[in-house]
Design a protein around this ligand. Sequence first.
Ligand SMILES: [Zn+2]
Length: 362
Amino acid sequence: MASAAEYFSDHYQSARARFLEAARAEGAEIKSWPHPLTDAEGRPLVVDVALLGPADAQQALLAISGTHGAEGFCGSGAQVGWLESGLWREAPAQVRQVFVHGINPHGFANLSRVTQENVDLNRNFIDFSQGVPRNEGYDELASALAPSLWDEETRKTTAHEILAYGAEHGTMAMQAAVAGGQYHHPDGLFFGGEGPSWSHRTLVDILQSCLGRVRALAIIDYHTGLGPYGYGERICTHHGSKAGARRASDWYGGDVTVPSLGTSSSPELHGLLIEGIEAALPETEATMIALEYGTQPLPEVLEALRADNWLLHHGDPASEQGRAIKAEMRRCFYGDADDWKDMIWERAVDTQRLALAGLTEG
Ligand SMILES: [Zn+2]
């Protein structure tokens, strides 16, 4: 292995094949959840799960890739590397290891951050029976964030409107308005949905069927697109007062940030995976982080998302403009460069080792 870059794939289908090959070679048990749709070439979209270690384990490590579709290249590379390199064997014998590959395979294959329902999966885990929260900041910016035209003039005027909101309310308030999650604009950005999405229901099924007996669970959910280039921020999305945040801080030597305490590059969000995991596994002590790697500057990432949203609702992915928008999505969510991949890999290994140590020594 010359470089960790070799663990990373360029397409969903090759990432999937690589993951399955590595899992089989290491003797993992594999379970698969086929998606109802196919990719643009008619090939299957599948959530694959590789399981290693004792089935009756009380302690488990769960690593998830592709929550945000196109961000899956990163987490897939970390999962493939962990298996292929044999580092997974470092885990204490009593620990179960569960790798969920491409939990949002439709977004992964289509270079999109959302699911086929235009849902941001990491805003979809609210309890819909309790009603949905209102994001008034988003309401104010909705037409600027997701215009029905995408020409130079519209891009410029709407970007100006968003910047003006930030100048008036502050950068973090703007981030919360834009990205905090919203439940009233189904064609908009960061839409949390009107009910559990397919990927949501699939994750709950995976948790209950593969991890129902586990008492202590370490979760690492791989993300990209926020923060400094190649740096992996360990974002603890348990609320500040909860025991989970304290455990995460202990395990990772204080090297975690907490949005509810204002120490993260992320604002506080609604409907996160952790909420769904805690609801699905009420008897389990979960300690979760999102490992968030930076790619490009935030304004470029937001511009890519706005363009992709326009493409989904108004454009033609096969057109020249459509292909350019998808190329920009790839650039903004997959730092397709060897130095970036090396940084991803080193931080991933360090983080998974600390998670295993925290699980078994804590
Ligand atoms: Zn993400």
